[in-house]
Structure formats: structure tokens, C-alpha cells
Design a protein around this ligand. Sequence first.
Ligand code: ADP
Ligand code: F6P
Length: 324
Amino acid sequence: MANEIKTIGVLTSGGDAPGMNAAIRAVVRTAIAKGIKVKGIKKGYQGLLNEEIIDMEARHVSDIIQRGGTVLGTARCHEFKTPEGQQKGAEICKKHGIDGIVVIGGDGSYRGAQALSRLGVNTIGLPGTIDLDIACTEYTIGFDTAVNTAMQAIDKVKDTSSSHERCSIIEVMGRNAGYIALWCGIANGAEDILLPEKYDYNEQNIINNIINNRKKGKTHHIIINAEGIGHSTSMARRIEAATGIETRATILGYMQRGGSPTAKDRYYASIMGSYAVEILLEGKTNRVVGYQHGEFVDFDIEDALNMEKGINEYQFEVAHVLAI
Ligand code: ADP
Ligand code: F6P
């Protein structure tokens, strides 16, 4: 099987994530080291359909490991969700001699990879998302950088919040997943953590908590709110009215998705990029790479998409205990 793959493509899809460049670099250089040609596909599946395809040599990925974003660009492409779009994508791969593709993205991007695989293009997915919301893996490319960026910003807000004896609601990314919020909640010592998976929308509990903490002598009250719950500004107004304590909202936004990747993101993304090429050359297709129990592993895409991941109850409980 190994000698069937002569050219592989690499693309990034969905939201960008710090460390994607390290993964691209690893794919390109591992393939070239094994005598395989590499084509970079720009702007995700949209770029594939537009035939924005470039030859990539080892020097094309020089000096990118430390850069945030993705040098290939990324996009969301509705046409690729249709059978016609997928068929066109597979034909373009064949036209450009692309026998296999490494797709770096989240669950949505895996579905696109699955479609290409069904149409005869060997595909391997790498988990690229700051949200950590891919069930088959304990690690996703970009989460470590994003959570460190958010943590540093929250430390700064906490300084001014304590000085003014204010309450602060800080909104972090995660439309459907609360991992960034949970990690910041623990790492920043927050008093309340609102996660899409857990929040009961009972604001009175938060108000009671703020009042009790003030009585206990706490000078600040930090609430980490996940983007999926949102409405931080109106929540701040209601909390201030109910508690009489000045309350401010800070929405961190896209700063969390950019910036130079941490050592962990560079390291794991590099290993995963190399691993993806290795398994493509073994003849594997329709697989995604994950990290579990200290090992890099791979799963069938369908199995991976059917796995479920939830917030760890014990860790969520620890966050509450430590906020007394
Ligand atoms: P992520 O990959 O981060 O989950 P999205 O869900 O936005 O991000 O998906 C990225 C892209 O993957 C979409 O814009 C689309 O091109 C492709 N995609 C998503 N869902 C499907 C699907 N069901 N079938 C084929 N392609 C899909
Ligand atoms: O990439 C993940 C993520 O940043 C989520 O946390 C967020 O909800 C979403 O992407 C935002 O996507 P968009 O770039 O479409 O605004």
C-alpha cells in the first residue's frame, strides 16, 4: 500500500488555532523526507474547490513554527457540505495527483475528510481547535496557547478588579464547549465558572455567592463566562443592580485564537503532523489522530465522531472547593 501514495495535500479548515503552522511544517517535511510530494491547499475546502493549490517544499515552511494562525489560510465552506461539492473536491484532488490529504481542523472538518475518503482520496484528520472539544483526544492543537493567553489577560483584569473591589465577568471563547472557561476558572482562581455544559441560568445563585463572598472579606469576584452562555454585559448590569457592587464585563474575543504557540502546541502539533503522514503511507484512510493516556493514537473518523466528551465532574467540583 505504501508506494501508492506519491503526493499528499494538506489543508487547514474551520477556526484557526495556534500550532496549525507547526503541524503543516511537520506534514510537509515528513513527507519530503520520505520522497513524497506535498501540495498545500489554501483556505480549507473552499480553496480546494477554487483549486488554490501550491507545491510545497521544505523551505516553504521555514520560520513558521513560532507563528500563530495558519500560513495556508482557513475558511468555512458550505458548498463542501453538499454531495456535488464533495464530488468536485475529489475530482480536483485526482486532477492534481493528490492521493491523500491531511485535514487539520475540528469535527466539521472531519466530516469533509470522511466524504473525500469515501470518494477515494485517503484522508487523515488532525485535531486543530482551541476549544478542546474533540472527544477522541485529550489534546487539541491550539488549546494550550489559547488558555494561556486567556489566563494572562484574566490575571490583569483581576488586578484592577481587586483594587476597585469590583466584580468582573470575563467572557472566554467556547460556543459549545467550556474547557477554556474551566481551565481559566481553576488557573485564575475564579469565584464562579459558567460553562455551556453545566450552567443552570440561575443568576440568583451567583448574586448570593457574590454577597456571601463580600461578607467573608473577598475584595473581588471573578466570574468566567463561556461564549456559549454569552450576554456578559447585560449580566454585569443585572448583578450590579442586585448586589450594589460595581460590576464590569470584559469579552476577550479573538485575541485567544491568535499569538505564538506555546511549546506544548508546537511539540504536539509537530508529532501529530508527522504521525499523520506515517499512517497515510501505511495505507490508512478515514482516520483521525488523537492523544490519549500519553500516546499518540488514531481512530476511524466515524468512531471518533460518535464518541462523547463531557466536563469532568471531579475537576469542576475542585474549582468550586478552591473558590471558598
Ligand atoms: P471545525 O472543523 O472547526 O469543526 P466547522 O464545523 O465550521 O469547523 O467545519 C469546517 C468546514 O468543514 C466547513 O466549513 C465545511 O466546509 C466542512 N464541513 C463541515 N461539516 C461538514 C459535513 N457535514 N460534510 C462535509 N463537510 C463539512
Ligand atoms: O475555533 C473555535 C472558536 O473560536 C469557538 O470558540 C468560537 O465559538 C468560534 O470558533 C468562533 O468562530 P468564528 O471564527 O466563526 O467567529
